[in-house]
Design a protein around this ligand. Sequence first.
Ligand code: ZN
Length: 252
Amino acid sequence: MATAKQLRFVAEYLIDRNGGAAYQRAGFKATGNAAESAACRLLREPEIQKLIEDGEGKLRERVEREQDDVANMLWTIATADANELIQHRRLCCRYCYGKGFRYQRTANERERDHAQWIVEHQDDDDEAPAAVFDEMGGVGYHKLKEPNRDCPECFGEGVPDVYVPDTRHLSDAARTLYAGVKVTKDGIEVKMHARDAALVKFGEHLGMFRQVHDHKHSGAVGVAEIGDSIAPDQKERVAKEMLRAAGYVIDD
Ligand SMILES: [Zn+2]
């Protein structure tokens, strides 16, 4: 059985492969050449060799697991739906669903305008014909409805609307893409991790790129190698996207 000091030596040796230094860090007394020869003797013992092999195996597994985690995270950043973080929407206009395509109010707006109208007309001369409150397009305006194709005011294009969802309820993918918000005097800016950089790093991790030098034209030429995981009709598009993101200028 290896002693506690020997086990410590194995752990230290796995850090920097320096036998003499590991020997001293493990708490053995020897220094200099004496430490190195003692470490050499220890490293020749089958039990110690087995412990180092096991340690290396575990280290390799951990590195592979961590690489997988990082690769998954990069792929998630590159492919998550940005609409989960911020949306630009086209919503119905005030006239889309109004009666006769006239301006439509919400129930509360109608109440408010009507009260205001009463205040404005309370001193009306009794002799004059009674004024009538203009209901316009009626009530029922709902800003989240789709634009009406037949609307003569917006022509079915609706009005632009920017919406930032509650980031506490994001999906795991969107949460990975999300990098916080910045509150400015002009509003809030949603930050995201760089998708193109993530895509390039992911491609590099898979060994998709190699750079070759074109001696005729001094500049570097990028070559993207796309694996079989991508459908054939997508390959060219993905390759171009990756190379562009890596800074190459590619003609379509
Ligand atoms: Zn409209």
